[in-house]
Design a binder for this molecule. Structure first.
Ligand code: ATP
Ligand code: MG
Length: 296
């Protein structure tokens, strides 16, 4: 057996006993998943810049690239990663070991190719992953998952466990239809997850409001589901410029329209959260415990 395989086996054996004891931690990060129906609507750019904005507001954020196979968060930041998620599963590295540091000291976990789906892994590896998540969760205020486009039967398990879902779409009818399909797919399995709707690359305010109303009305009429329209991000050429420069746009161009929108969104989001935390003191089931139940 080579060294890597031996290390992996040891790590897994150490966590095997945790099968029935993945406990609800005292403090746990809020988990958010950024999803879309159609690809290329801006999920990765949003996840990265929103994470940085939340961090600027005093939060500790872990950005987790879960677009397995098409991972690109590190490219958007211009960082080279030593480890990615594959190192956890294939080499038995701990989550703490594979957490990298991006701009402004943002913690992130890079996605990796060569791993088709983490939710298709065997039980031992999944349990190892969950126990690791439970361990790091207490250190963060937010864990933000940047997901691949669309909903697969595998990503669904994670999505059903997170605290909140951010649904991104552009104003194009095809993008809106696909966003609705994604919402419907998740809603069939769990009607209680709060959804935030974000319109991206919007040409103007009027079109954004019209598009948001359209999807909100359909969701209400056909699924009796309330969506919160958190805001819209303009189609802004500085985003492309920042992508080319491999710099998050809120850092490279803090005064551009897209950056202002991100700052506003993150502020509104935190304000809303503070208000709802005040009114509901009840503790929700832990993300890791929910995911554990779905996987076992
Ligand atoms: N607000 C915006 N204004 C202008 N261009 C944007 C904006 N947001 C994203 N883009 C452009 O859209 C492209 C796709 O963005 P991004 O990679 O974030 O999408 P994605 O939803 O993560 O894609 P995928 O589904 O492939 O993961 C980027 O190249 C970026 O330049
Ligand atoms: Mg992406």
């Amino acid at each position: 057996m080579n060294d890597q395989a031996r290390l992996l086996r040891k790590q897994i054996e150490m966590h095997r006993d945790q099968k029935d004891t993945i406990k609800e931690p005292e403090k746990e990060a809020k988990t958010l998943a950024v999803v879309s129906g159609k690809g290329g609507v801006g999920k990765s750019n949003f996840s990265l810049n929103f994470s940085l904005a939340l961090q600027k507001q005093g939060n500790k954020v872990l950005l987790f690239d879960l677009d397995i196979g098409m991972a690109n968060i590190d490219i958007l930041m211009g960082t080279t990663q030593k480890y990615n998620i594959v190192h956890l599963f294939e080499e038995g590295r701990t989550l703490a070991e594979i957490i990298q540091k991006g701009p402004e000291n943002l913690s992130y976990i890079a996605g990796g190719s060569g791993l088709t789906d983490i939710f298709k892994l065997n039980d031992d590896k999944q349990r190892f992953f969950l126990s690791q998540l439970a361990e790091v969760s207490a250190e963060y205020d937010y864990i933000i998952f940047d997901m691949g486009a669309g909903i697969t039967s595998d990503s669904l398990q994670l999505l059903l466990s997170v605290d909140e879902i951010f649904l991104l779409t552009t104003c194009e009818p095809t993008s809106i239809t696909d966003a609705y399909s994604a919402l419907k797919h998740i809603n069939i399995h769990n009607r209680s997850i709060p959804f935030y709707l974000i319109l991206n690359k919007v040409p103007d305010r009027k079109t954004a409001i019209k598009s948001a109303e359209r999807i909100k009305t359909v969701a209400q009429n056909f699924l009796t589901k309330d969506l919160t329209h958190l805001g819209s991000i303009p189609d802004d050429r500085f985003v492309l410029r920042a992508v080319m420069e491999q710099t998050p746009f809120i850092l490279g161009y803090p005064n551009c329209l897209a950056s202002k929108a991100i700052f506003q969104l993150s502020f509104l989001y935190e304000e809303g959260k503070r208000m709802s935390d005040k009114s509901t003191q009840q503790r929700k089931p832990s993300f890791v415990a929910k995911l554990f139940r779905l996987l076992s």
